[in-house]
Design a protein around this ligand. Structure first.
Ligand code: COA
Length: 153
């Protein structure tokens, strides 16, 4: 199958907010070995990506940390991986976000590098981001922390 370009993929999905208690969100994260312990805590927003023909493609989440954000819970369901949806869901989730965006990953560093994130040391990460449950207790200390590089304005 041919891969569509970024813009085409962006318009191929729509994001709908779902609650942290959504059972299909929990199952998708669990199946991908991503944290679920804190998804029902306050201060998180989760989105389901749906294709034009109504299929669930995957999920992404944002957690507010002071003026910054933690991008989390990015998962494309296995049947839909490799077609550009991962890039599309991240771009759609971050489209209206201002403030710095951080994430922690153990398995997808090169995926996020290709989207403009760079590895940062814990010393460079704001306290509000470091104290999220993802970074302080759930993610292994070996997780890579990354920050989105914004073009200079
Ligand atoms: C990581 C994940 C979201 C990528 O989704 P996807 O739809 O398969 O990715 P895309 O098709 O949009 O790929 C975008 C780019 O990243 C690359 N890429 C995709 N998955 C990758 C991975 N696991 N490692 C390295 N590179 C990857 C692709 O080759 C592509 O590069 P290109 O644009 O230069 O060709 C998906 O594999 C997934 O859900 N994995 C399990 C959960 C996970 O690890 N989430 C991230 C932690 S929060």
């Amino acid at each position: 199958m041919l891969r569509a370009g970024g813009e085409a993929m962006l318009s191929a999905i729509a994001l709908h907010e779902v609650a942290g208690s959504d059972t299909r969100l929990r199952e998708a994260l669990r199946a991908a070995d991503l944290p679920t312990d804190d998804i029902e805590d306050d201060g998180r927003a989760f989105f389901e990506a749906v294709s034009r023909d109504g299929q669930t493609i995957g999920y992404a989440g944002l957690e507010r940390c002071g003026g910054d954000y933690l991008l989390r819970s990015v998962v494309i369901l296995p049947a839909h991986q490799g077609y550009g949806f991962g890039r599309a869901i991240v771009e759609a989730t971050l489209r209206d976000v201002d403030g710095d965006v951080f994430l922690a990953t153990t398995s997808a560093t090169s995926f996020f590098s290709s989207l403009g994130f760079s590895e940062v040391s814990r010393a460079e990460v704001p306290a509000a981001v470091l104290s999220t449950r993802q970074l302080s207790s759930i993610c292994p200390s070996s997780a890579t922390i990354m920050k989105l590089n914004r073009p200079p304005t």
